[in-house]
Design a protein around this ligand. Structure first.
Ligand code: SF4
Ligand code: SF4
Length: 232
């Protein structure tokens, strides 16, 4: 979910790219799992996260919804996020040793933390949220290494495409939220929401095919469906 932030207050004032060094190294989080608890609904899951989760766990999206994922509305769009559970409001994938049980397939937001993304001019760069990670002495690591994700450039392309696709719908939904209620428009937004959920999350991805190719095909169809809502 996008938040309004004052970069000067939350970051070191710099923006980073994949090849830049950034002070995030935290000794493999040894003894700490602070950012896997109490995160509310903030760990939003994108289609690649769900692709990874369904592939790793062997569970369909519907089953994940029963166990580890929930749905919430972010600026008019229904999106899945990781569920926090129990007294400590811990992520369902945090194991008894305080480690991530799906580490190799963890969601993009978990890979990023404590980095954030700043979207501008059809692209994005990274910034460090200097008050978020509780480890005091941190070492410099390349952003690409920190993300630890295959085909990082393609992944960035996907993140950008996904962000701006949602943003177009969210801008329209937020604009309409300021106006008198209109049942027809609300029904149209609901249809778009159901289409997005079905198209990008419920419909299984073929595990023997490239994810990004499948995503791009689905995105082209979704843009047509969303245009009915955005342009009408
Ligand atoms: S707060 Fe920092 S050290 Fe602790 S788990 Fe998160 S990233 Fe690791
Ligand atoms: S998926 Fe893993 S890294 Fe992400 S919040 Fe859950 S336990 Fe932590």
């Amino acid at each position: 979910m996008e938040r309004e932030i004052d970069l000067q207050k939350v970051s070191d004032g710099r923006l980073y790219s994949l090849q830049d060094l950034v002070k995030v190294g935290c000794d493999d989080c040894s003894g700490c799992s602070a950012c896997c608890r109490g995160m509310g609904s903030s760990i939003t899951l994108d289609p690649y996260d769900i692709y990874q989760l369904t592939q790793y766990t062997g569970k369909a999206f519907a089953q994940l919804l029963d166990e580890s994922v929930e749905l919430n509305v972010a600026d008019g769009i229904i999106l899945p996020n990781l569920k926090m559970a129990g007294e400590q409001e811990a992520c369902v994938y945090l194991n008894a040793q305080g480690r991530c049980s799906i580490h190799t397939h963890r969601p993009g937001i978990c890979r990023l933390f404590p980095l954030g993304r700043l979207y501008e001019n059809g692209s994005f760069q990274y910034f460090i949220q200097i008050h978020e990670c509780t480890k005091e002495s941190r070492t410099k690591v390349k952003v690409k290494k920190w993300l630890d994700i295959p085909s990082a450039a393609r992944y960035e392309r996907f993140v950008t495409d996904w962000h701006y696709f949602l943003k177009g719908i969210q801008n329209k939904a937020m604009e309409e939220a300021m106006q008198p209620a209109d049942e027809k428009r609300a029904a149209l937004l609901k249809q778009v929401n159901l289409f997005i959920l079905q198209q990008f999350y419920v419909l299984p991805y073929e595990t023997d095919r490239d994810f990004y190719e499948q995503f791009e095909g689905r995105l082209a169809q979704a843009k047509e469906a969303a245009a009915v809502y955005i342009n009408e």
